[in-house]
Structure formats: structure tokens, C-alpha cells
Design a protein around this ligand. Structure first.
Ligand code: SF4
Length: 374
């Protein structure tokens, strides 16, 4: 497949958060004025570097993530949005992540007028004790007020992020959060399991994950949301009315994406690379973790990320896309996975069973062991 035929996503990392949550591994800083100005200066230079490529290749999706882009002022958001204007005729979806404590109606109007089509709000939980446990400062009232503002500003595509803890004593606590989110009726819900490995020591000490309970929380979540009309299309993602996140689908289908901003990752022109973490000088530090991608590697990643989606992956299409990769070499692995009840195969379309989806990271490790140069 020619590179021109691949769809291209643009990711902009906005590394600022008013409050730094204990469980978060993303690169972020507090939004001190001088740092924000240094960031905008560097983004502008990086934008100039990529501008001609981005306009020639027609960007299909834009995603402002973080950090929390809503911690920028109206004026700074306007500056970032202005850069995107030249790309808009081709863009099918433009998402901006916001937090309930830093968003307001004025900022949402700037985003709407700038051309943003989708808002993703990290709420994690509606319950005060869980929010305190997570180190989040927001209140339930702030979440409801922010949600109203998003609708008032005219957005009809909203995602809410929720977090569940594998150590929750029973489903009821989690069910309360799910129900409250469903009651708001967003078009999309993402649910993440809080991994104890990601927590700082005071949270983690003396705790271990009960894997059966974690699996049961996943399965019940999938059922619960499906029963409320949210189609489960990826391990952690659910959409109503065809509102699956196009930007993430582009990534999971191993198309191409360019990441701007500190720590942002790119997959472009058969290379995968990252920017350094440094607001003052990520650009001058150049690419880090740069990796040339062979057809074998891209093909393996297509299978791994394809299996995270309910639609799975078509092995015939994959072989056509990567003629120099040997898709047939995995046949013994599919046989073994089928015997273990982890995958189904119909007309060469490989999909995970529920059990396979629960173990999808272990499946990925097995798949990678078939790729010599990874
Ligand atoms: S607001 Fe989001 S990005 Fe910022 S520290 Fe918390 S979880 Fe991480």
C-alpha cells in the first residue's frame, strides 16, 4: 500500500495540568506562564517544520491531548486552533481533552468556533472518596456544570473517561459511576482499569491485584454498557450511534500519525519515534526512541491492535497490505489460541473471544515472539 493511501492523524500534546494526579504516567507540568509561553513558541516552530507535509497529506483526524489542554487560557487555545485552520477541509474529527476543573463556557466556545468536533472529558468517578483516593480535585457539581457547558457550546460528540479499581470490593460502587455516566448520555464512554503498578508507593504498599475480580469487573462492564446501547468496539471503549473515536481507530489500524509537543509519539514514513520531554527544548533534542518499521513489524502490530477491537483483523487484507510479510507463519498460534478459547476465525477474519480480550496483552507477547527483528 502506498504511503499516500494511508490515513494520517495529528496529535498535539499539551503538557499542562493544574493538578498532578498520583496515578498518571503522562508527561505534564504545572501551567506556569513562562512554561506555557515557551511551549507555544516551540509548538509554533514544530508546526512550521511539519506544515507542508501535513497539508500535502490531508490530515483526517486531530487530537489535542495531555496533560489537560483546557488548562490553557482562551487566548492560548485560540493560538493553537489557528494553526489547524488550513487542515480543516479534510478533517473528519477533531477531539480536545478537557478536565472539569479547568474548562469553562468561554473556552468551549473558542474550541467550537475553531472547528473542534469532539470533547473528551476525564471525570474518572463521580464519588468523592474515590476522587480523593485518585488525588483528583474536582467535585460532582463541577462535572455536571462542565457537561452542561459542553452541550451548551454546541458539541454533539462527547466522551467521558471513567476509571475503575481492580480492588473494588464489589460491582456496586463501579455500577454507580457507570449509571451516572449513562444518565448524562454521552456519545462515547472510555473505561480504564487503574493499574496498581502505576500508583505511587503510598497507594501501592501491601496491595496486590485480585485477577479474578479484575476480570469480572471487565466482563460486567462490557455487558452493562452493551445493555445500555453502548457498542463495545475496543477493550476499553464504547460508542453509541456510530461515534467510535476515529483518531484512535486510525492508530489501532496502524495507519500514520504525527505527534507534536513534548513526549508526543509519531508513526510516519515507516518510522516510529518520539519527542523528548522538555518544554523548553524538545525540538532541538530531536527524535528519541526512533525505530525503522519493517513490514513484519507493522503487520504484527496490526494483528495485536486489531485483536483489541471487536471487529478483529482480516488476515487476507493484511497479506495484501504487507506483501513482504508472511502472515501464514502465525497459523500454529491461531490454532493454539482457538484451542484455548481465546480467538475465533471466520473467513480469515480473526477476532478475540471475551476470554481473549481479557488476556489480549499476553496474546500480544506471543505474537511478538514470532517477529525476529522486534
Ligand atoms: S489531569 Fe489527566 S493528564 Fe493531568 S495528571 Fe491528572 S490524569 Fe494526568
Amino acid at each position: 500500500m502506498s504511503l499516500q493511501a494511508l490515513s494520517l492523524g495529528l496529535y498535539i500534546h499539551v503538557p499542562f495540568c493544574a493538578n498532578l494526579c498520583a496515578y498518571c504516567n503522562f508527561y505534564k507540568e504545572r501551567p506556569i506562564k513562562s512554561l506555557v509561553q515557551a511551549y507555544l513558541f516551540e509548538i509554533n516552530r514544530e508546526w512550521e517544520r511539519w506544515k507542508s507535509i501535513l497539508s500535502q497529506r490531508s490530515v483526517s483526524t486531530i487530537f489535542f491531548g495531555g496533560g489537560s489542554p483546557s488548562s490553557l487560557s482562551c487566548r492560548d487555545l485560540e493560538t493553537l486552533c489557528t494553526h489547524m485552520q488550513a487542515l480543516l477541509p479534510q478533517v473528519n474529527e477533531w477531539t480536545v481533552e478537557v478536565s472539569p476543573t479547568t474548562i469553562n463556557l468561554e473556552k468551549l466556545k473558542v474550541l467550537k468556533e475553531g472547528g473542534v468536533t469532539r470533547i473528551s472529558m476525564g471525570i474518572q468517578s463521580f464519588q468523592t472518596d474515590i476522587l480523593e483516593y485518585l488525588g483528583r480535585r474536582q467535585t460532582r457539581a463541577q462535572v455536571y456544570r462542565a457537561y452542561d457547558w459542553i452541550r451548551t457550546a454546541g458539541f454533539n460528540n462527547i466522551n467521558l473517561d471513567l476509571i475503575f479499581h481492580p480492588d473494588f470490593a464489589d460491582f456496586n460502587l463501579w455500577e454507580m459511576d457507570l449509571n451516572e455516566a449513562i444518565h448524562l448520555s454521552p456519545e462515547h464512554i472510555s473505561t480504564y482499569c487503574l493499574s496498581l503498578e502505576r500508583l505511587e508507593d503510598p497507594f501501592r504498599r501491601g496491595r496486590c491485584v485480585n485477577e479474578d475480580r479484575e476480570a469480572s469487573l471487565y466482563l460486567r462492564t462490557w455487558d452493562w454498557l452493551e445493555n445500555h446501547d453502548y457498542r463495545h468496539y475496543e477493550v476499553s471503549n464504547f460508542a453509541r450511534g456510530g461515534h467510535a473515536c476515529l483518531h484512535n481507530l486510525n492508530t489501532w489500524r496502524m495507519q500514520e500519525w504525527i505527534g507534536l509537543g513534548p513526549s508526543a509519539a509519531s508513526q510516519w514514513n515507516r518510522q516510529r519515534f518520539q519527542n523528548a520531554n522538555a518544554v523548553h527544548d524538545w525540538l532541538s533534542k530531536g527524535k528519541i526512541n526512533c525505530m525503522d518499521l519493517s513490514e513484519e513489524m507493522l503487520c504484527a502490530d496490526c494483528i495485536i491492535f486489531g485483536l483489541r477491537m471487536r471487529e478483529g483483523v482480516c488476515l487476507d487484507t493484511l497479506q495484501k497490505r504487507f506483501p513482504f510479510a508472511d502472515v501464514t507463519k502465525y497459523a500454529p498460534l491461531w490454532q493454539q489460541f482457538k484451542l484455548e478459547g481465546l480467538v475465533n476465525m471466520k473467513n480469515n477474519q480473526l477476532t478475540c473471544t471475551d476470554k481473549g480480550l481479557l488476556l489480549v496483552d499476553a496474546l500480544a507477547r506471543e505474537i511478538l515472539s514470532y517477529v525476529a527483528d522486534y
